[in-house]
Design a protein around this ligand. Sequence first.
Ligand code: HEM
Length: 181
Amino acid sequence: MNAIMLYVPSWLIHVTHKLPFPAIKKFQHAKAAARKYAINMIEDEKRQISLDKYRGDNDLITVLAKASVARGKMAMDPLTDKEIHHQLTTFFMAGLETAANTVSFGFIDLAQHPAVQAKPYEEVKSILGSAEDRDLAEGFHFSVLDTMPYLIAVINETLRLHGAVHSMILMATEDNVVPLL
Ligand code: HEM
């Protein structure tokens, strides 16, 4: 399917998006509503930043809006609302289902193999403690994962068995060397 998609001209894809089928109309309607909502949010965010609010916040939308306002002040082309919207959409698409599906498959595999499940559980508990003796809302530093080799192995095996991104339609135009750690 991916190979076929490479040969479908983009104008044809655009035409299919305009076909008068109820499902396509519904999709376009939802897309327009989401875009309008996002643009309103971005405009509001920029307005607040211009008023010097949200200084310390570093969530994605605030960072992008701040970058846009800062570029404008430095006489550079600011990021347009459309560009910010596209970046947000990319992160949303790239980050949500990938992580959710990987975690779900990992849990399914562990549930099906109770003996394996006990090992990462004991490892995490021995390092972070259990929910009874720790406020999980406090979170933990990323580097703590380095001290949990079994958990990392479980994550790697989950990614190997159920890769959330199993194929790409992008093709390298020339050979390259991927640096390994
Ligand atoms: C299990 C989780 C994930 C997997 C397996 C995964 C996998 C991938 C792969 C294979 C690519 C393409 C890399 C390439 O172009 O060669 C990619 C790109 C990307 N991923 Fe992830 N990803 C995951 C989670 C996330 C999360 C949580 C975020 C953000 C919050 C994210 C953001 C992105 C972005 C921004 C790109 C670049 C998209 C582009 O080129 O336009 N990913 N990811």
